[in-house]
Ligand binder design. Sequence first.
Ligand SMILES: [Fe+2]
Ligand SMILES: [Fe+2]
Length: 162
Amino acid sequence: MLRVDHAGEYGATRIYQGQLDVLGGGRKAGEIRRMAETEKRHLARFEELLHQRRVRPTLLYPIWSVAGYALGAATALLGAPAAMACTVAVEDVIDEHYRGQAEYLAEADPELRETVLAFRDDELAHRETALAHGAEDALGYDLISAAVKAGSRIAIWLSTRL
Ligand SMILES: [Fe+2]
Ligand SMILES: [Fe+2]
């Protein structure tokens, strides 16, 4: 669980880095930067937990670096609404993912459960922010959404195993 969560938060920081490199001077830069800061905080926390519990990070780290960045930059190149649509789709999947973990952790590890639930709240706030900043105005919203969700699910599946 920690491995996949750490991988996911790392991927998130890479997505926002990709978006900021394209849209960093644009009107939505502030919003994107704020979301990126949350992801860095999430990542730092999971990094701590990996060390504490002696969990090795995913072997796919270099792939998530490139894939996350590419996803962020590619959606940003389609415009700010597409970048926001990407965030909505990712956070939809992460909401599901963290909710599932929280259910499992209720018995196994209540403390980690609190962390996961708190982060899930942050991700839902990102989703709201992205919707408020025009995600649904993106041309091909449904297509972007479906593709990003599929990619995110595959990334989760792989990071759980590798
Ligand atoms: Fe996050
Ligand atoms: Fe997020």
